[in-house]
Design a protein. Structure first.
Length: 252
């Protein structure tokens, strides 16, 4: 006899299955003092008390994943309201190795977050300290859980997305110069770029940027003409893509 859905759910006992919890972890990136920084927290509780980790936590019963990720980001950065809404947040990947957390079976849905000029970090209730750490210094820090792998995946996602999406504009103010945009690429990719070639490539991609018709109030640090100001265009994908120097050599 076929059991209808209502009767099936009434008799269903979730305790008959192994318990699994879901968390979110956030790879939050910003540019500070001309260097790419990652948000880390020093854990104040076991497991891994005292070690650095990505901000994150358990998903609450009334939350979806995106809401949980933004809540955790807000708790560690102090952002809320419109500033938090402007932060670009996207799912990165899921991590579910059975022994990744010694407490129980925990699956983490990692998210990637980008924004310009994020404020100084503020430790949440379960952290002793929170800090923006230069990505170049991460090799000197042992991270809790499998967060080293998550960070590596997040950095590669960020670097690759700059190739084929206008994501670099999310690190900038609403109006910016091509030089400032180039600085984002150089900082995230870790490579110096030829100014003239970069300028030509950016303006050749339909919808990547659009002119505001205005210029900076003064010339560059070495004088010269004032730079033109641009804003993000309406393109969602860059075609042709702006490839990293190493990849550009490969496809030639």
């Amino acid at each position: 006899m076929t059991v209808n859905e209502q009767d099936f759910l009434a008799a269903y006992d979730p305790r008959a299955y192994p318990a699994v919890a879901v968390t979110v972890d956030i790879v939050a990136l910003t540019i500070r003092d001309g260097a790419l920084h990652l948000l880390l927290i020093r854990r104040g509780e076991q497991p891994y008390a005292g070690l650095w980790a990505l901000p994150g936590g358990f998903v609450r019963p009334d939350e979806d994943l995106a809401t949980a990720a933004r809540r955790e980001l807000a708790e560690e950065t102090g952002l809320d309201g419109e500033p938090l809404h402007r932060v670009h947040v996207e799912q990165l990947a899921s991590y579910g190795t059975p022994d990744r957390d010694p407490r129980m079976r925990i699956v983490s849905i990692a998210h990637l977050a980008f924004a310009p000029d994020l404020p100084d970090a503020t430790a949440g209730t379960d952290a002793d300290e929170a800090a923006w750490v230069p990505v170049a210094e991460l090799t000197n820090r042992q991270l809790a859980f499998d967060h080293g792998r998550i960070v590596s995946d997040g950095l590669e996602r960020a670097r690759s997305k700059l190739e084929y999406t206008p994501l670099a504009t999310r690190f900038l103010a609403p109006e910016f110069t091509i030089g400032e945009l180039r600085a984002v690429y150089e900082t995230v990719w870790g490579h110096q770029l030829h100014a003239g070639n970069f300028h030509r490539k950016v303006l050749s991609v339909p919808g990547f940027v659009e002119s505001t018709g205005a210029s900076t109030e003064r010339g560059g640090s070495r004088g010269g003409p004032r730079a033109r100001l641009y804003r993000a265009g309406d393109a969602r994908l860059l075609h042709p893509a702006l490839l990293r120097p190493a990849r550009e050599e490969t496809v030639r």
